[in-house]
Design a protein around this ligand. Sequence first.
Ligand SMILES: *[C@@H]1O[C@H](CO)[C@@H](O)[C@H](O)[C@H]1NC(C)=O
Ligand SMILES: *[C@@H]1O[C@H](CO)[C@@H](O)[C@H](O)[C@H]1NC(C)=O
Ligand SMILES: *[C@@H]1O[C@H](CO)[C@@H](O)[C@H](O)[C@H]1NC(C)=O
Ligand SMILES: *[C@@H]1O[C@H](CO)[C@@H](O)[C@H](O)[C@H]1NC(C)=O
Ligand SMILES: *[C@@H]1O[C@H](CO)[C@@H](O)[C@H](O)[C@H]1NC(C)=O
Length: 296
Amino acid sequence: MKFPTAVGAAALLALPVTAAPQPVSRRTISTSVLDEIDLFAQFSAAAYCSANLNTTGTALACDVGNCPLVEASDTTILYNFDDTNSFGDTTGYIAVDTTHKLIILSFRGSSDLSNWIADIDFPLTDASDICSGCKFHEGFWDAWETVASNITAQIESALSTYPGYTLVSTGHSLGAALAAIAATVFRVSGYTVELYNYGQPRIGNLALADFITTEDMGSNYRVTHTDDPVPKLPPELLGFAHFSPEYWITSGNNVTVTDYNVTEVIGVNSAAGNDGTTNSSVSAHLFYTIYISACS
Ligand SMILES: *[C@@H]1O[C@H](CO)[C@@H](O)[C@H](O)[C@H]1NC(C)=O
Ligand SMILES: *[C@@H]1O[C@H](CO)[C@@H](O)[C@H](O)[C@H]1NC(C)=O
Ligand SMILES: *[C@@H]1O[C@H](CO)[C@@H](O)[C@H](O)[C@H]1NC(C)=O
Ligand SMILES: *[C@@H]1O[C@H](CO)[C@@H](O)[C@H](O)[C@H]1NC(C)=O
Ligand SMILES: *[C@@H]1O[C@H](CO)[C@@H](O)[C@H](O)[C@H]1NC(C)=O
């Protein structure tokens, strides 16, 4: 599942001959991958809606209408978390989806996006107990640590109640960073986790990016959109790196995304997708197949 599709000849032909020297390739994606990107964007969107953050036992819903695929599924909220810490807020939910047989761990992005982007540069903190030589963004790591033990207990309980269900970690923006960290920690603990995240900033160093790219305890769908500035932060110059692959949405805001509009970009730190764009538009950060933070 990690490298699902045959290399699209059309996508290869579209590569300029002066392509980056690193081992990079680009592929078009399949409709089934797009269906999953659409579905989990909506589970991520639901983490911005307050109705999903303060009750359990009810179905997920989005009062602004941006999660119809979630609302059409049979879901139950199992747990909410909302912790304010030095890095901001670590907020989200755990839910079960019996339609798709999923346990969803969904992290909300920051409620104050512009302040959050301005404060995104942090030092790296050592995490050699997760993987050799790995370092995480200290702010994201601390934000995860505040909720880690409660979330772990709740996920273990959900997986024993729903044996055979697939664990999915998802989120947008800050939520995407936390989802990637959670997936990494759970995988190291022996759980298979599918990761779907949207507009994720860089979460750590090259050793961590290599580790996440090559581990085999679940697939990584790191979705970016046109020239969204957030995945370009914190900069590589400060020692940060991105894992592979990237799913780069190339169509604009407020238009239906087709599979033709998403390019799978292979390669750690590839500049063949979002990172190669010269402009940056914050509006691109807010549209990930839907207006993903519209509930906030
Ligand atoms: C819980 O969510 C509902 C629906 O959005 C909202 O009206 C209510 O104020 C929220 N309660 C708390 C304690 O946040
Ligand atoms: C973790 O769960 C305990 C017990 O329910 C609760 O008292 C505590 O506030 C939770 N911690 C966080 C950070 O959510
Ligand atoms: C998006 O895909 C549609 C076909 O499905 C195509 O007509 C359109 O040009 C694409 N847009 C971009 C920006 O790739
Ligand atoms: C998106 O497009 C639809 C139809 O073109 C329009 O009605 C709507 O206002 C747009 N939404 C935003 C947030 O721009
Ligand atoms: C970047 O933005 C400028 C100003 O809005 C625009 O003129 C230019 O075409 C954009 N370049 C790209 C590659 O989108």
